[in-house]
Design a protein around this ligand. Structure first.
Ligand SMILES: Cc1cc2nc3c(=O)[nH]c(=O)nc-3n(C[C@H](O)[C@H](O)[C@H](O)COP(=O)(O)OP(=O)(O)OC[C@H]3O[C@@H](n4cnc5c(N)ncnc54)[C@H](O)[C@@H]3O)c2cc1C
Ligand SMILES: NC(=O)c1ccc[n+]([C@@H]2O[C@H](COP(=O)([O-])OP(=O)(O)OC[C@H]3O[C@@H](n4cnc5c(N)ncnc54)[C@H](O)[C@@H]3O)[C@@H](O)[C@H]2O)c1
Length: 443
């Protein structure tokens, strides 16, 4: 039986960042993957999404600037964009597996099953590992209603050659609103059906309302409290029926009703490894499962964090430091910033206004009134920064077309006592960018 220092089941961001670290050592690893090499983020998640958003953003920009110096809104050519996407990704997919392999790292294509505290089976072979790491990620949740098989998920979305004239998106989280943004910008008539009364739970709800209004103004129908009862195939496409009897016709239905942990068929039950079928594998402060040689990392680890790529990186770095450097201190997550890649974007780091405690204060800045935002037609742009009683920055939220980038300026300011002084003395920001406006905000 071939022996390795690490057996890693899954090849997503949590796995490849552990491999980057291990490359500095002489340690050996086997990576097992049953889907696309590289995992969700580069194949069916963050990367194809941000690639497409890169074209959608300037198109929507011209929509808001139309008649204000721009003659008319630009038109997005979905078919051409997908063609270009497929070309770029075909090359990525050809090369990704071989980019992982080297003299220290072997790869196997297949479903990994843990058979013992140090053994894993894949593609009919058993392998031995000093350490086993489970970064198996999440898979799309499928609605449990008749006809749910007619809906696609993000797994198929980024390869759609044609975009129908009418689309229905089920869900109200990151994926639902990001995909709805892309499809409407490409000319589809989009309806979003959310089962509850809230969208984008991790974000400032005042900004979510602003975003909802702007999406609605562009023609996206957003229906709250609209649980779906069934999806049926019709001569023209599909018909989605809500529990209240309302019917929605569409040429495409996208199920974005959340994601579930990839824990099935991993052999966890046999070894007594604790897990939750939705949230994932139970871990301690070193990301160890209740079997000490077996770790979980990234989205599938029930680590109390949002399921984001930078969190997966932090997890894999911690496992490396714990196993290789004997780090005793438990994992400490930084304040990880997050953003929706809608139009406009909503971004967040640290506390939200709704989480303020006694003594906290909030300061707002109407970014939309600045020359830069006026020039971009981003007149609803706004920023909120939360301070604690000691004057330290404890959170920031922004709605703007650049919020996802802007929020990164606030991550290093979290916990800083005199942020204006810190920013002015330590960070030499370019002008005129949001960075320079920090000075105004902190006066
Ligand atoms: C549409 C979409 C957009 C997103 N956008 C963003 C974004 O903008 N920013 C952000 O931070 N995050 C984003 N995310 C989340 C991000 O993709 C995840 O947080 C990240 O991929 C987690 O990495 P991971 O390594 O834990 O798991 P994954 O990337 O999911 O990788 C897990 C891998 O394990 C494999 N696997 C599972 N079980 C087995 C098994 N038994 N044997 C072998 N292989 C197995 C899977 O095939 C998969 O390739 C997005 C997600 C989606 C769906
Ligand atoms: N920009 C980003 O960073 C980004 C983008 C996409 C995904 N992600 C990550 O991936 C995770 C998964 O994203 P997601 O959008 O799939 O999940 P999510 O948890 O953000 O949203 C799921 C949505 O589906 C709704 N829902 C749940 N059950 C439903 C039902 N039966 N019928 C209708 N709606 C239902 C929920 O209320 C929620 O609005 C996110 O939590 C996030 O961590 C991040």
């Amino acid at each position: 039986m071939k022996k390795y220092d690490y057996i890693i089941i899954g090849s997503g961001p949590a796995a490849n960042h552990l491999l980057f670290k291990l490359a500095r050592t002489k340690k050996t690893a086997l990576v097992i993957e049953k889907g696309f090499w590289g995992g969700t983020c580069p194949n069916t998640g963050c990367q194809p999404k941000i690639f497409m958003e890169g074209a959608v953003r300037p198109v929507l920009n011209t929509y808001y600037l139309s008649g204000k110096g721009v003659e008319k809104p630009a038109k997005l050519d979905w078919n051409a964009l997908i063609k270009r996407k497929k070309l770029i990704w075909a090359e990525f997919r050809r090369e990704e597996r071989s980019s992982i392999e080297n003299e220290q790292v072997d790869t196997v294509f297949g479903h990994g099953v843990i058979t013992g505290p140090h053994t894993v089976e894949a593609a009919g072979q058993e392998y031995e590992g000093e350490n086993i790491v489970i970064p198996t990620g999440l898979r799309p949740h499928r609605l449990e209603v008749p006809g749910s098989e007619y809906a696609i998920t993000n797994d198929e979305f980024f390869d759609l050659d044609e975009l129908p004239a009418k689309t229905v998106v089920i869900g109200g989280g990151y994926v639902a609103l990001e995909l709805a943004t892309l499809m409407q910008a490409a000319g589809s008539e989009v309806t979003v059906l959310q089962h509850s009364d809230r969208l984008l739970r991790p974000f400032d709800q005042e900004y979510v309302e602003k975003l909802t209004q702007m999406m609605t103004d562009r023609g996206i129908q957003i229906k709250l409290n609209m649980p779906v009862e069934a999806i049926a195939k019709t001569a023209a496409g599909y018909e989605v029926t809500a529990e209240n009897g309302q019917k929605f016709a569409a040429g495409l239905v996208v199920d974005a009703s959340g994601r579930r942990a990839n824990v099935d068929g991993l052999g966890l039950e046999k070894l007594g490894i604790k897990f939750d079928p939705i949230k994932g594998v139970a871990v301690n402060e070193h990301l160890q499962t209740n079997v000490p040689s077996i770790f979980a990392a990234g989205d599938v680890a029930d680590n109390g964090q949002l399921n984001l790529t930078p969190v997966a990186w932090v997890d894999s770095y911690h496992i490396y430091d714990f196993v290789e450097n004997g780090l005793e201190e438990g994992i400490k997550y930084p304040a990880v910033a997050t953003s929706t890649f809608t139009y406009p974007q909503i971004a967040q780091v640290g506390k939200r206004e709704s989480e303020m405690e006694d003594g906290d204060t909030v300061r707002r800045m109407k970014l939309g009134a600045t020359f830069a935002s006026l020039g971009e037609g981003d007149t609803n742009a706004e920023l909120k920064v939360i301070f604690n009683q000691a004057g330290e920055v404890v959170g920031a939220s922004e709605i703007s077309i650049n919020a996802g980038d802007d929020i990164n300026l606030f991550a290093p300011l979290i916990g800083k006592k005199d942020p204006a002084k810190f920013a002015m003395n330590n960070l030499g920001f370019a002008f005129p960018t949001l960075a320079n406006k920090l000075d105004v905000l902190f006066r």
